[in-house]
Design a protein around this ligand. Structure first.
Ligand SMILES: NC(=O)c1ccc[n+]([C@@H]2O[C@H](COP(=O)([O-])OP(=O)(O)OC[C@H]3O[C@@H](n4cnc5c(N)ncnc54)[C@H](O)[C@@H]3O)[C@@H](O)[C@H]2O)c1
Ligand SMILES: [Mg+2]
Length: 366
């Protein structure tokens, strides 16, 4: 889920293949497609499915579907983990027929990715009211029995999924959630219509196009050179402390948002800033978490907690944080009363871990 530091070539992109592809594209010959890297052909295939409703419908024939009920993904338990089962179009049609539903409902599905072999992946919610089908939501317990799994709240399940499923289901849930909340045009009040892939909705009366949105959020680990600042909101699970987070205001740069949020929440001014990584976060609505390290001026470390935003904030030593990372088991720590950190999948955890490994990471002026 984490997008690492390089903006242009994330970790798994083969640079040689990308350069090769550049040459192939300029030649424009029939064999150029064969020279494109797997990643490029996959990206272009997904782009085609978003743009072309017929191609997307065709992709459903050989595609795989992830099922949801009222935004909770269908999961099956295997040993220590949960996994998200896939269903073929045929299996889905049979399931809908068994529950007296028409196959029109499949048009509510959204495209969430594809395999390297171009098997397209879709997500479909069987619990939300359907805009394509007149039938109401399907009964959850009956569906769970039939599907040999359970629809689990994503927030509870996310940390027990493998990285691929966690990322796919977060994308799927965010997209299904967005469609559910954008059924009508805010200008005309008329029902909007989604394209086959679910990458946009259009108002048929005035042609306004609505695209799925994410809110940018900055998350900052503030350090004074030797200690880092962790805080908690009253809504956090008992004992959990995290880095400072906040939504960007309209018109703000990333740097401005970091400075303002730190000032607002703990009354400090940051001096130096370094971008670390980013992450899509589906709760409560889609956010793009942008993680940074920042440093306060030495001697200006007195925290003034904004109690409208936070319950508590404090400076933690390198040893304290390193120890908390090593024993990061929320269940035992809640009982012991010791503080604990967000789970591995959350970008806050990665940011804190990065600081523990390299405490002087904030080097750029804010
Ligand atoms: N993945 C992670 O590691 C991680 C860690 C911490 C926080 N987060 C996420 O970051 C988000 C923001 O953190 P925060 O709650 O401290 O933000 P915040 O400090 O900006 O405070 C939230 C308040 O900001 C206002 N606000 C402004 N724009 C908003 C918008 N677009 N949507 C909702 N509220 C908006 C609301 O009044 C809201 O109550 C949260 O949704 C949280 O789930 C993720
Ligand atoms: Mg905040």
């Amino acid at each position: 889920m984490h997008q690492r530091k390089s903006f242009w070539f994330p970790g798994n992109v083969d640079l040689t293949m990308s350069l090769y592809c550049g040459i192939a594209c300029r030649r424009k010959s029939f064999w150029s497609y064969r020279l494109l890297s797997t990643y490029v052909t996959k990206s272009r295939y997904l782009f085609e499915l978003k743009e072309d409703d017929d191609a997307c419908k065709k992709a459903q024939q050989t595609g795989a579907f992830y099922l949801f009920h009222s935004l909770a993904p269908l999961l099956q338990k295997s040993e220590h983990q949960y996994q998200a089962p896939q269903h073929s179009l045929l299996e889905l049609e049979r399931l809908l027929a068994k529950f007296g539903q028409d196959t029109q409902r499949i048009e509510d599905s959204v495209l969430i990715g594809c395999s390297e072999q171009h098997e397209a992946w879709f997500a479909l919610d069987l619990g939300l009211n359907s805009s394509s089908s007149i039938n109401a939501s399907l009964q959850k317990p009956e569906m769970e029995t039939e599907l040999k799994g359970s629809f689990m709240e994503l927030r509870k399940a996310l940390f027990q999924l493998n990285t691929k499923d966690a990322s796919l289901l977060s994308t799927a849930q965010a997209l299904l959630h967005w469609h559910d909340g954008h059924q009508f045009c805010s200008r005309s009040g008329q029902p909007t219509k989604k394209n086959m892939a679910g990458s946009k909705r259009v108002c048929p009366s005035n042609k306004i196009i609505y695209y799925p949105q994410m809110a940018p959020v900055v998350i900052t680990l503030v350090s004074d050179g030797t200690r880092c600042l962790l805080a908690r909101q009253s809504s956090f699970p008992k004992g959990m402390y995290s880095a400072l987070a906040g939504f960007c205001d309209i018109g703000e740069s990333l740097e401005e948002a970091v400075r303002r949020e730190v000032a607002e929440e703990v009354g400090l001014e940051v001096e130096r800033l370094q971008y670390s990584a980013s992450q899509h976060w589906p709760f409560p609505n889609s956010s793009l978490m942008i993680a940074c390290h920042a440093t306060v001026k030495s001697g200006q470390t007195e925290i003034q907690v904004n109690l409208r935003e936070l319950e508590a904030a404090g400076w933690f030593s390198h040893d304290e944080v390193a120890t908390a990372l090593r024993r990061n088991n929320p269940y035992t720590q809640q009982q012991n009363g010791t503080f604990w950190l967000p789970p591995k999948l959350a970008i806050a955890h990665q940011l804190i871990k990065e600081w523990v490994e390299k405490p002087n990471c904030s080097t750029l002026p804010a």
